[in-house]
Ligand binder design. Structure first.
Ligand SMILES: [Zn+2]
Length: 257
């Protein structure tokens, strides 16, 4: 964990310091080595939050985009079940930063527990996920030009399939990897995936990382992208057309939605 209670205030780990777990009140030990991020750990092996996963630099980087009081927020259900949300916004939205694999059962139980939540997934964990996702992107039918929205099947590539059945929005973070769309400037893009259970469809929408942060920090709009206009639209393919059929000549304008 990033924070412990030290004499009643939330503090980050420093060498040889002791603190209390903001979740269960147990004693925490500061782990301040050279290999891992400085963090706090329960002195016993067990963590009070069974959903807790070891924190990576990716986790810490994302937490740091939000105010400290929003990070690692203790949540207790009416039946007493305790969990620590990675980030809980002032408006009550929980952001879960997910690096490791998670079973569909555990995912559903977290969605049921937090209710108002979104997943932010580390897309860089498995090296084949990005190229396979980009292949799907290139052939996916465009169902909306502004903001650019692509239609995928929930089994169209391993990463999309792993998150199939999610009831809450899923955002995939491929880090600094290029989004694979020539008309999107080289900015940090997240992919928003919305799953539709009845049809097994997924709508994938690229959004800018900075607007994601602004959306949850200041209720700003999520910023998507606009597809360059075709000179002549294809007319033979049931009104839908793959992204590959676009000439990518014009720079897109940023759009809010
Ligand atoms: Zn604890």
């Amino acid at each position: 964990m990033k924070f412990a209670l030290v004499e009643g205030s939330r503090q980050e780990a420093t060498p040889a310091s002791r603190g209390e777990c903001p979740g269960c009140g147990a004693r925490l030990i500061a782990k301040c080595g050279t290999k891992k991020l400085w963090h706090w750990a329960h002195s016993s092996v067990r963590n009070c939050d069974r959903w807790w996963e070891p924190e990576t630099e990716w986790h810490r980087g994302w937490k740091n985009e939000f105010p400290a009081p929003w990070q690692e927020v203790r949540c207790i259900a009416p039946d007493g079940e305790l969990h620590i949300a990675d980030v809980k916004t002032e408006a009550g939205f929980v952001l879960e930063f997910q690096h490791s694999n998670i079973s569909p059962i555990e995912r559903a139980s977290r969605e049921g527990y937090y209710r108002s939540m979104v997943w932010l997934v580390d897309g860089g964990r498995l090296k084949n996920d990005l190229p396979k996702f980009q292949t799907t992107v290139r052939s996916a039918p465009v169902i909306k030009d502004t903001p650019l929205s692509l239609l995928m099947h929930d089994r169209s590539n391993p990463l999309v399939e792993r998150w199939a059945g999610s009831r809450c929005p899923v955002f995939i973070d491929f880090g600094d990897a290029k989004p694979g769309l020539p008309f999107i400037a080289d900015e940090h893009v997240l992919w928003r995936l919305q799953y539709f259970e009845k049809t097994n469809n997924v709508v994938a929408t690229p959004v800018s990382r900075s607007s994601f942060i602004g959306h949850f920090r200041n209720s700003g709009g999520l910023r998507g992208y606009r597809l360059p206009q075709l000179r002549a639209r294809p007319t033979t393919w049931s009104g839908r057309h793959g992204l590959d059929s676009y000439p990518h000549r014009k720079k897109p304008r940023r759009r809010r939605f």
